[in-house]
Design a protein. Structure first.
Length: 168
């Protein structure tokens, strides 16, 4: 069984999680950056990884997922916010909308370092005031994805594989 893992990564967070998939999936895995625009149709499932930009998958991922129709797909993403936060729940809803037209097998989010350029843009925009709480969250995000995040991601990928294998 072949699984395609396509990822977009700005700071390396999402790439780390994508690489964790390699260790968790006991099958042929094709790992490719979204810039390579790999053909999805020859695989039993496509797992798409993204970094969160303005509450949804990043622009490169949004462009790529337009190719995904009628496929078994799963998604994972990294974001500066806590993965159980209201913002993260909104991200999951937006991601589900983006992947409509496919069989969605699951989604996973974990916290990841925020690009310093994005933090500076947030500071200047005024839409995201740098409150003590926001600054603390950004500092916490700098420590992620950590070992626990990657173990959780591997568990997600392993469960996903088991689901796909049962459906064969």
């Amino acid at each position: 069984m072949s699984v395609l893992v396509v990822y977009s990564s700005r700071t390396g967070n999402t790439r780390k999680v994508a690489e964790a998939a390699l260790a968790a999936l006991p099958t042929q895995v094709v790992l490719a950056p979204v810039e390579d625009s790999p053909a999805p149709g020859e695989h039993q499932a496509v797992i798409i990884g993204f970094w969160v930009d303005r509450g949804r998958p990043d622009p490169k991922t949004l462009k790529y997922v337009k190719k995904l129709k009628g496929l078994k797909v799963a998604a994972f993403g990294t974001l500066g916010a806590q993965p159980d936060s209201p913002h993260a729940r909104d991200v999951l809803r937006q991601t589900e909308k983006v992947l409509q037209g496919n069989e969605l097998l699951g989604m996973f989010l974990c916290q990841g370092r925020v690009d310093p350029a994005v933090v500076e843009t947030m500071k200047r925009s005024g839409h995201h005031p740098m409150t003590p709480e926001r600054l603390a969250n950004i500092q916490e995000a700098d420590r992620h994805p950590d070992k626990t995040d990657l173990e959780n991601a591997q568990s997600f990928f392993k469960n996903l594989y088991d689901t796909i294998a049962k459906e064969k």
